[in-house]
Design a binder for this molecule. Structure first.
Ligand code: PD2
Ligand code: ZN
Length: 274
């Protein structure tokens, strides 16, 4: 495929979108949808070209057994349901027991509030209409079950506990969803520098399913055509060595249509999260 040349019209459109407050990730995605190649879209946004020495970060790595089907998580072995290479993505069964899921839900319940997301334009938090769930954060090591789960995750992913944010629990009722997004902080946004002071970039996500809905609520990865069915105790892990859409980690939570979905997410940082 010949390389596309970016046009003056397209550059003007990009400038208008930036001025209107859209993020580089949103604009990049819109350009891809309009038929632009990733290289041209990235160039128009002033992003480093693919293959250029982008600052690739160290990321958590899963080490499966010789058969590739089981992973040692310290106090138990966890089963691999699916594995992809680009992005590095794993779906695990039986990471959490039913009792652990129930305990995390029970303590979180009274503390739920309408979910906020970090606003990289300002570094603060905002109510986000793309995310209609309710949520709360545990602090690291807050309860006996949280400590046990965090120790298991550290072993599963070979990543220090200190480099993790506190567990976030989310409840999605009927109709609630989380529209597709990236979990890393957009390096092009002015508020990102302040966020990165607390432990650097996010480098990976582990989404654990505490309660499955009766229908809907799959976690979807549009760039790789993957849909993960929520199943109590199972989890999906994926890493992103570059904070850029070429990480192919765009993902979202489809609307719950029947029942309630509960998840716990652990985001992993480059350095100690304080
Ligand atoms: O609940 C989900 O499926 C979901 C989808 C996208 C959760 C997250 N992102 C997240 O916690 O970052
Ligand atoms: Zn996410």
């Amino acid at each position: 495929m010949p390389a596309q040349l970016i046009t003056r019209e397209m550059q003007d459109w990009v400038a208008q979108q930036l001025a209107a407050g859209r993020t580089r990730d949103e604009i990049f995605q819109a350009l891809l949808e309009a038929g632009w190649q990733a290289a041209a879209a990235g160039q128009a946004l002033g992003l480093p070209p693919a293959g250029a020495p982008a600052p690739a970060l160290a990321v958590p790595r899963v080490k499966a057994d010789a058969s590739g089907t089981m992973v040692d998580a310290g106090d138990k072995w966890v089963e691999v349901r699916e594995h992809r290479d680009a992005p590095d993505l794993w779906v695990f069964s039986n990471l959490l027991s039913a009792a652990e899921c129930e305990a995390l839900i029970e303590t979180a319940g009274p503390r739920l509030e309408r979910s906020l997301t970090v606003d990289t334009r300002t570094g603060g938090e905002e109510l986000n209409h793309d995310r209609t769930s309710h949520g709360m954060f545990y602090t690291r090591g807050e309860t006996e079950v949280v400590r046990r789960v965090e120790a298991r995750i550290a072993r599963l992913l070979n990543w220090p506990q200190q480099n993790g944010e506190g567990l976030q629990v989310l409840r999605y009722r009927r109709g609630a969803q989380y529209k597709p997004h990236y979990d890393y902080f957009d390096p092009g946004e002015p508020g990102t520098a302040a966020i990165l002071r607390r432990g650097g970039q996010r480098v990976a996500s582990l989404i654990m399913y505490l309660q499955e809905p009766d229908e809907g609520g799959a976690t979807v990865f549009p760039d790789i055509g993957l849909k993960v069915r929520p199943q109590r105790g199972s989890a999906v892990f994926f890493s992103y060595a570059v904070a850029h859409p070429t990480s192919l980690t765009l993902h979202g939570g489809e609307p719950v249509t029947v029942g309630e979905k509960w998840i716990a997410t652990k985001w992993l940082r480059e350095r100690e999260f304080i």
